[in-house]
Write a new protein. Structure first.
Length: 375
């Protein structure tokens, strides 16, 4: 067994408008030498690993190995694949901390991305590719910040999860084995502003059934498509809750499929709907069930709560109109939502992140962590 050693770190320079972020101190590690992290290079390495939801295994393996080589005690926890059998391969949550130490603060975000995969590219100002802003650049910034805080004597950990973009499976699994932290800094693209609230998410699956017939004789059939269209029209006309600060509850009909041909009365039809919540889901669930009554079967496949979050003194704020893993990580401490990048380019073909903003995020994570831990 190798005896842990204390290694003098070289000064870490991150070139940002406010000047260099530097630290020269000691850090306990089993490995020599320990070089300062380049968040830009780490982002590139992560983006070059395709990790669309259900395919996060390789990204988890890379992060676990990377952090272990830097002296972190790493745990890989399996995350189950969906029971429908459409996905395969091992995937993980990755936790990194210090042996025998309870962290006061844990950084967390997700390793999975939405499809399709977009290869990494860059220019002098920006990085491009799937995950640069949501959320692999955030991973890199959090790792760099955690190392600076560890070197300064703070008790910190990192939790990187699978499945955030679909069902929060990784967060649900992680919540069963918390590490006792007082604070959780969850990373999502907030333009480096602290979010005061995050909308919830209610994912709805609608399935209508009918009877096939020749379309020239519709009276002999029962169209599932017509039933589904009526339900969706009712959903779009619902008067849903509004929050003074977070805004409207919104409805997006994301997918529709069904039927066989234009000249056949459809015997089946299905739609996937995502509702962004600004309230408890109960009244919205009731409204959906009423809209579908007698026309379609309803399944609620995801229910993430709307959450109000704390401010951090002196930090700019925003309202996150998107959902996060925070409602599923309630056992990991009081949450703060913060990260570089714009949600407006996440999930698009034009995903990008300014290099300057990423480097500033490292400083910001360190600053916010110190503010939280000083109280």
């Amino acid at each position: 067994m190798t005896t842990p050693r204390f290694v003098e770190l070289p000064l870490l320079f991150l070139c940002s408008p406010g000047g260099p972020l530097g630290y020269s101190g000691s850090i306990m590690t089993d490995h020599l030498p320990v070089d300062p992290i380049d968040p830009l290079e780490l982002t590139r390495q992560l983006v070059e690993i395709e990790s669309t939801t259900y395919n996060e295994g390789a990204a988890g393996d890379f992060l676990a190995d990377f952090l272990a080589r830097r002296g972190w005690a790493v745990e890989k926890t399996p995350v189950a694949q969906p029971s429908d059998g459409l996905a395969g391969g091992a995937r993980w949550n990755v936790y990194a901390g210090t042996v025998g130490q309870t962290p006061d603060l844990v950084f967390s975000t997700h390793m999975d991305t939405v499809p399709p995969y977009i290869p990494y590219s860059e220019d002098a100002e920006f990085m491009y590719g799937r995950g640069v802003s949501d959320a692999k650049g955030i991973i890199a910034a959090q790792v760099a910040a955690a190392e600076l805080l560890r070197a300064a004597g703070f008790k910190v950990g990192m939790l990187f999860v699978s499945g955030e973009e679909r069902d929060s499976a990784g967060a649900k699994a992680a919540n069963l084995a918390p590490k006792g932290s007082r604070f959780l800094i969850n990373g999502e693209p907030t333009d480096n502003r602290v979010a005061l609230a995050s909308k919830g998410a209610l994912r709805v699956s609608l399935k209508a059934t009918g009877k096939m017939a020749h379309s020239a004789y519709p009276e002999l059939g029962d169209s599932a498509v017509h039933k589904l269209v009526e339900v969706l029209d009712r959903l779009l006309k619902l008067k849903l809750p509004v929050d003074e600060y977070a805004g409207d509850t919104t409805v997006n009909i994301g997918q529709i499929q069904g039927g066989h041909a234009p000249n056949v009365i459809a015997d089946q039809a299905e739609a996937q709907v995502l509702i962004r919540l600004v309230c408890d889901s109960a009244p919205v669930r009731a409204a959906v069930l009423e809209a579908a009554k007698g026309l379609a079967e309803v399944s609620f496949t995801l229910d993430l709560a709307f959450v109000r979050l704390r401010a951090v003194e002196g930090q700019p704020t925003m309202i996150a109109k998107f959902a996060t893993d925070i409602p599923q990580l309630t056992n990991w401490g009081e949450p703060v939502l913060l990260g570089p990048g714009s949600i407006h380019v996440a999930h698009t073909p034009f995903e990008k992140l300014a290099k300057k903003e990423l480097l500033e995020a490292v400083e910001l994570y360190v600053e916010v962590a110190k503010q939280l831990l000083s109280h």
